[in-house]
Write a protein that binds this ligand. Structure first.
Ligand SMILES: C[S@@+](CC[C@H](N)C(=O)[O-])C[C@H]1O[C@@H](n2cnc3c(N)ncnc32)[C@H](O)[C@@H]1O
Length: 314
C-alpha cells in the first residue's frame, strides 16, 4: 500500500506543524509555550536536528522576544496566532536543516552580535579562541597603533572583535567574496567601527599593496578537504558558502598559501595566528616550519583539539 504509507509518513512528519496550523486557523483553544516546545522538539528530532529542545527554545525565545530562560516561567502562556504562524514557518525551515543562526539572523561572537546570512560563514565558538589570542598578544606587544590584517574576514567577526577590544588597532579585512564584504561592512557599522577597518575585496594578499607590513596577520581559512564536504551536516554543507569551507584536496591549500604569501607582509616582530582543522596540527606546523616560520605555540580548544597556530618569522 505505497499510497497509504506515504500518507501516514506525511502526517507523522507534519503532525506538530498541523497542530500549529490548527491554531493559526483562528480556533480559540490556545497552544501554550510548553506544548509548542514539546511538539516541535519531537518534530525536529525526527528531522535529525541536533539538540532539538534547545533549538526550539531558542527559536521560540526569538519569536517571543524574551530570554530563553524566561520561557521556563511562561510555560502556560498561550501563543497568539501571529506568533504561532511565525514560529511554524521557522520550525519548518529548521526541520529542513536551515541553520538556527540564519533563522534568527545573528550569532554572538565574543559577546558581540554579528549578523549572518547565506553569503557568510557562520562564526564558530572555536574562532573566539583565535580572537582572544590575538587581543592578548596585541595588548602585551606594547605596539602603540598595531596594524592588523584579517585574511578571509567573512562576516567580519574577527576584525570587528579586535577593533572593539583594541581601540588603537588599525585593521584591514580581506575577502574574495564581495557579498561577504557587504555583510562585514554592515556588521562593522552596527558596532561603530566601520571607520577603523579597511575592507578589501581580493584573493588573499593580491589586493594588498606590496611593501605593506602588518604587526598581526590573522586568518580562519577554509580548511575542509574537498571530498569531506559532502559528508558534513546539512546545516554546514548546504548553507555555509562553499568557498568558506573548501581547503582543496587535503584541506591545506589555503594554509600553504598563507605560509608563503604572508611572509612578505608581516613586520619583523609580528605574529601570524591561524585556525586549522581537526588532525591538521602536525601538518600545519610542518608547512610553517618549512616556509621559514618559527611556530611559537599551538593552542588547544575547549574540546582538547589543537586549533590555533601562533608563528613568527625565523
Ligand atoms: C572559514 S571562513 C572564515 C570567516 C570568518 N573569518 C570567521 O572566522 O567566521 C573563510 C573565509 O575566507 C574567504 N576566502 C576563501 N578563499 C579566499 C581567498 N582566496 N582570498 C580571500 N578570502 C578567501 C571566504 O570567502 C570566507 O569568508
Amino acid at each position: 500500500m505505497p499510497c497509504l504509507n506515504f500518507i501516514q509518513r506525511y502526517i507523522s512528519q507534519r503532525a506538530p506543524v498541523f497542530s500549529l496550523l490548527r491554531n493559526v486557523g483562528g480556533y480559540s483553544w490556545g497552544v501554550t509555550v510548553l506544548e509548542v516546545i514539546q511538539k516541535s522538539t519531537e518534530f525536529l528530532a525526527r528531522k535529525g536536528v541536533e539538540s532539538p529542545r534547545l533549538q526550539i527554545e531558542l527559536l521560540l525565545a526569538h519569536v517571543l522576544r524574551m530570554p530563553r530562560l524566561k520561557l521556563y516561567l511562561s510555560f502556560d502562556r498561550e501563543l497568539t496566532e501571529a506568533e504561532l504562524a511565525t514560529l511554524r514557518e521557522l520550525v519548518m525551515r529548521r526541520g529542513n536543516r536551515e541553520p538556527l543562526q540564519h533563522l534568527v539572523g545573528t550569532v554572538s561572537f565574543c559577546g558581540y552580535e554579528i549578523a549572518v546570512n547565506r553569503n557568510v560563514f557562520i562564526p564558530r565558538p572555536e574562532t573566539e579562541l583565535l580572537a582572544e589570542q590575538c587581543w592578548i598578544w596585541l595588548d602585551q606587544s606594547g605596539i602603540e597603533s598595531p596594524a592588523v590584517l584579517d585574511v578571509g574576514t567573512g562576516s567580519g567577526c574577527l576584525a570587528i572583535a579586535l577593533a572593539l577590544r583594541c581601540p588603537a588597532a588599525r585593521l584591514t579585512a580581506v575577502d574574495i567574496s564581495e557579498a561577504a564584504l557587504v555583510v562585514a561592512r554592515s556588521n562593522a557599522a552596527r558596532h561603530g567601527v566601520e571607520d577603523r577597518i579597511t575592507f578589501v575585496c581580493g584573493d588573499a594578499f593580491s589586493a594588498i599593496s606590496k611593501g605593506t607590513r602588518f604587526d598581526l596577520i590573522v586568518s580562519n581559512p577554509p580548511y575542509i578537504p574537498t571530498e569531506e564536504i559532502s559528508r558534513l551536516q546539512p546545516e554546514v554543507r548546504d548553507y555555509d558558502p562553499r568557498i568558506a569551507l573548501d581547503g582543496g584536496a587535503d584541506g591545506l591549500g589555503f594554509i600553504q598559501r598563507l605560509a608563503v604569501e604572508a611572509a612578505d607582509y608581516i613586520s619583523p616582530e609580528g605574529r601570524l595566528m591561524i585556525e586549522f582543522g581537526d588532525g591538521q596540527a602536525e601538518l600545519v606546523r610542518g608547512i610553517f616550519g618549512s616556509a621559514g616560520w618559527n611556530v611559537e605555540d599551538v593552542k588547544v580548544d575547549d574540546h582538547g583539539c589543537p586549533r590555533i597556530l601562533v608563528a613568527r618569522r625565523c
